[in-house]
Design a protein around this ligand. Structure first.
Ligand code: AHR
Length: 680
C-alpha cells in the first residue's frame, strides 16, 4: 500500500513537472532549431565596435556554476568516497554490501540500531567471528556503480571499530570483474575496550579498473562492531584526505567561475519539510552528519535511483572551501520554509518560521563570524579560522505563490536588519514567463529585491529568440541572476535531451544578450553541472563523468569561453546602428578588459554558411598587428563530446592579422568565435 502510494506520488510529481515545463517537441533540424540559413548579400555590411565607449560594468560574478547533488553529483561524484552506504544508514541497511563466504550462523552479521544514544548515525554492523580463518567470511562493497581504481594511486581504507577484546585482522582487497586482486592490505585490529576507534591502512593499486569492487575478509575470533567503512583515493583535489575528485574539480577551476551556487536546486526544498537540506546537519565530524534520502532517488519513475542518499560527507564547510579554492564567490541557497511544490508543497506556518530564519542568520556567522562567535568558532574548529567572505545567499529555490512572498518578507527583514550588506537572491519560480512568473516578478520588484533568480529550461529556438530578452528590462532596481538554464534538444525532463552542438550554440547566442545587458544581469549559471553516465536522472548536463573519466560538453566550452573572456565593461557592437542579435543569424557582444587592455568580441554564426564581415574597430590603437581568435565549431548541429572523443567539439585557437582599424572577419558555419585584441 505504502509502495503504491509512493509510485503514484512519484508519477503525479513527474506529470506535474512535465505539464509545467514541457514544450511541444519538434524534430530537430537546422530550421526548427531557430537556425536559419543566411540570405545572400550584395556587399559585406560593416559591424562596428566602439572600444572607446564603455557602458555597463560587468560584475566579477557574471559567469558562475550551479552545483546540485543530482545525477550522482556529490555522493558518487565530486565527493571521492568509494564505499557506498559506509555507515549502513540507507533505508535498506545492507544496500551496496554482499556477504561473502559461508557465515557459521544467521547471526554472524547483524545490523544494530542505537538510535537512543546516536540519532545522527544510529546503525552499525556487528560481525561475530568463530575462530575464523582468512577467507571464510567477508563483505563486499560494490561502490557507486562500481569503483574506479587507478594503477599507482594510493588508497586509504579506514573503519570505526568497537571491539571490547581480542585481536582480529581485516584483509582488504580491490578486485576487478574477473575476481583478480588489483590492490590489497591487511589491518590488524587490537581490542578497543568500551569505545570506538578509527583504524586505517593505505595501499597502492596495481592496475587501473573502471568496474572494481572492494572485499573485506575477516580473520579472528569474537565480536567486532564496524561503522563508517571508507575507502578514498589519495589523489583527491589538493590531496585533502577524504576530499573531492580532482579531475572533476579541475574542470570547474579551469572555468574560473565567478561564483558557485550550492547545494541546489530542488534538494534545498526536499519533497517534504523534514527532508529539506539543513546546513547545520552537514558540518562537523562526518560520522555525526545525519544522512537523508536524496529527492532524486525517487523523483523520476523513469530514472529510479534507489541507492541515492545524501551522506553529507560533502557539506557546507566543504562547499565554502571549494568556492575559496577555485576563486568563486559562495552562493548558498537556503530553504525558505517550503517543501518542493512539485512534491508535497507543504509549508511551515509563519509563526513557526523562526528556526528557518535563524539558520540563515547563523549561516552568515558561520561563514564570516570571528572565531570567538558561536558559529565562527565551529568554522575555526573545522580548520578555517579566516572568514569565507560570504556576500550573498538565496532564500528559496524554485518557490512560488503568495506563500513564498509571505515567508520571504520575514527572512528579508531579519537578514537585512542584522546584515544589511548581504545581498539576497529571490526565486521567480520555475519558468521565465507565465502567471507565476508575472506575479513573483511584480511582487519582488515592489519589494526592491536585490537579485531575482530566473530559470529557463527551453528549446534551442527559445534561446536564439530571447537574445534580446533583457534589452528592455528596467535598468534600475533588482538585478537578474540567470540561475539555471540549459537548452533542451528534446524537452524538459526528457531522457532524450542531448548536449549537442545546437544546444551549446543557442546558449552562446543567448549569452550575448546577457553580456550586453550586464547592467541588469549580474550573474548566470548553466544547470545542472554534473552527471554520472551510470547514475543520472536529468539531462542535459554540463560535465559528464564515469568512475575514472570526466569530460566537458560543447555547452561546457561555451560557458568556459564566456567566463575566461569576461571583461570588465560592456562596449557597443552594432550593425547599422542596431544591436547584433539575429540579423543574418549573427549574434554578438563586446566588452573590454580594463586590466589586460583587451577588446573582446564574441560572435555567433548560427547559419549554415561561412560569413565574412568587415569589423570596424573604433577606439583601438593603431598598429595592433594581430588578434587572438578562439573558435568553437561543428558542421553537425547534433554532434556531441563523449568519453572516447572528449574534445570532439573544443576551442581551437589561432591569430588573425589586423591592418589599420578594420578586420575582414570570416566566421565558419555554426560557430562561436571569441576575438581578443589589445586596444591600448
Ligand atoms: O537542475 C535541475 C533542477 O531543475 C533543479 O533542481 C531545479 O531547481 C530545477 O527544476
Amino acid at each position: 500500500m505504502k509502495t503504491n502510494k509512493l509510485i503514484f506520488g512519484t508519477l503525479i510529481a513527474f506529470l506535474l513537472f512535465k505539464v509545467a515545463r514541457t514544450q511541444p517537441a519538434a524534430p530537430l533540424s537546422a530550421r526548427s532549431s531557430g537556425v536559419t540559413p543566411a540570405p545572400a548579400r550584395a556587399a559585406s555590411p560593416v559591424i562596428t565596435v566602439r572600444a572607446d565607449r564603455p557602458t555597463a560594468d560587468i560584475q566579477p560574478t557574471m559567469w558562475g556554476v550551479f552545483f546540485e547533488d543530482i545525477n550522482m553529483g556529490a555522493d558518487g561524484g565530486i565527493y571521492a568516497e568509494l564505499v557506498k552506504n559506509r555507515s549502513f544508514e540507507f533505508s535498506k541497511p545492507m544496500m551496496g554490501w554482499t556477504v561473502l563466504g559461508k557465515p557459521a550462523t544467521e547471526g554472524d552479521f547483524l545490523v544494530v540500531n542505537r538510535r537512543q544514544e546516536n540519532t545522527a548515525n544510529p546503525r552499525f554492523l556487528r560481525v561475530t567471528l568463530h575462530n575464523n580463518a582468512t577467507g571464510s567470511i567477508g563483505l563486499s562493497n560494490e561502490g557507486f556503480r562500481s569503483m574506479g581504481i587507478k594503477e599507482g594511486v594510493q588508497y586509504d581504507f579506514s573503519v570505526q571499530v568497537h571491539q571490547p577484546s581480542g585481536n582480529n585482522t581485516l584483509h582488504i582487497e580491490l578486485v576487478n570483474p574477473k575476481g583478480e586482486i588489483i590492490g590489497k592490505a591487511s589491518l590488524p585490529v587490537a581490542a578497543t575496550g568500551d569505545g570506538w576507534k578509527k583504524q586505517a591502512v593505505s595501499f597502492t593499486a596495481t592496475a587501473t579498473e573502471l568496474k572494481a569492487k572492494m572485499n573485506i575478509w575477516f580473520e579472528g575470533d569474537g565480536v567486532m562492531d564496524l561503522d563508517m567503512i571508507s575507502l578514498f583515493p589519495g589523489d583527491t583535489w589538493k590531496k585533502r584526505p577524504g576530499g573531492m575528485r580532482a579531475d572533476m574539480i579541475q574542470l570547474l577551476a579551469d572555468m574560473k567561475p565567478g561564483f558557485i551556487r550550492f547545494p541546489g536546486g530542488c534538494i534545498v526544498e526536499g519533497p517534504e519539510l523534514f527532508q529539506r537540506y539543513q546546513w547545520k546537519k552537514t558540518i562537523g565530524p562526518i560520522e555525526e552528519r545525519q544522512l537523508i534520502v536524496n529527492r532524486w532517488n525517487f523523483e523520476f519513475a523513469h530514472r529510479p535511483a534507489p541507492d541515492y542518499f545524501q551522506t553529507f560527507g560533502l557539506g557546507f564547510f566543504e562547499y565554502f572551501q571549494l568556492a575559496e579554492d577555485i576563486g568563486a564567490e559562495p552562493l548558498p541557497i537556503l530553504n525558505c520554509g517550503m517543501a518542493c511544490q512539485f512534491n508535497s508543497g507543504e509549508v511551515v506556518p509563519l509563526e513557526d518560521l523562526e528556526p528557518y530564519v535563524q539558520d540563515a542568520l547563523d549561516l552568515v556567522e558561520f561563514a564570516n563570524g570571528a572565531p570567538d562567535t558561536k558559529w565562527g568558532k565551529v568554522r575555526a574548529d573545522m580548520g578555517h579560522p579566516d572568514p569565507f567572505h560570504l556576500k550573498m545567499m538565496g532564500i528559496g529555490n524554485e518557490n512560488w505563490g503568495p506563500q513564498y512572498i509571505a515567508r520571504l518578507k520575514i527572512f528579508t527583514k531579519a537578514i537585512k536588519d542584522k546584515y544589511p550588506d548581504i545581498k539576497l537572491v529571490n526565486s521567480s519560480g520555475t519558468d521565465p514567463n507565465g502567471a507565476r512568473f508575472d506575479y513573483l516578478n511584480g511582487q519582488l520588484r515592489q519589494m526592491n529585491a536585490d537579485i531575482i533568480d530566473e530559470h529557463y529550461y527551453r528549446k534551442p529556438e527559445w534561446f536564439f529568440e530571447n537574445a534580446r530578452r533583457y534589452d528592455n528590462y528596467p535598468r534600475n532596481g533588482s538585478k537578474i541572476f540567470g540561475g539555471e538554464y540549459a537548452a533542451q534538444s528534446d524537452h524538459t525532463v526528457s531522457v532524450d535531451n542531448m548536449n549537442c552542438w545546437i544546444t551549446a550554440l543557442s546558449e552562446a547566442a543567448f549569452m550575448t544578450g546577457l553580456e550586453r545587458n550586464a547592467d541588469v544581469v549580474s550573474m548566470a549559471s548553466y544547470a545542472p553541472l554534473f552527471a554520472h553516465a551510470d547514475g543520472w536522472q536529468w539531462t542535459p548536463d554540463l560535465i559528464w563523468v564515469n568512475n575514472l573519466q570526466s569530460y566537458g560538453t560543447p555547452d561546457y566550452y561555451v560557458q568556459k569561453l564566456y567566463s575566461l573572456n569576461k571583461g570588465t565593461r560592456v562596449v557597443p557592437i552594432t550593425l547599422n546602428n542596431e544591436v547584433l542579435a539575429g540579423q543574418d543569424s549573427l549574434y554578438a557582444a563586446a566588452c573590454i578588459d580594463e586590466t589586460t587592455h583587451d577588446l573582446i568580441i564574441k560572435l555567433v554564426n548560427a547559419s549554415g554558411k561561412e560569413q565574412t564581415n568587415t569589423v570596424a574597430l573604433e577606439g583601438v590603437k593603431k598598429g595592433v598587428g594581430q588578434g587572438q581568435l578562439t573558435v568553437l565549431q561543428s558542421d553537425d548541429l547534433y554532434s556531441v563530446n563523449s568519453f572516447s572523443q572528449p574534445r570532439h567539439i573544443a576551442p581551437k585557437e589561432s591569430t588573425i592579422a589586423i591592418k589599420g582599424n578594420k578586420i575582414s572577419l570570416s566566421v565558419a558555419p555554426y560557430s562561436f568565435s571569441v576575438l581578443r585584441i589589445r586596444y591600448k
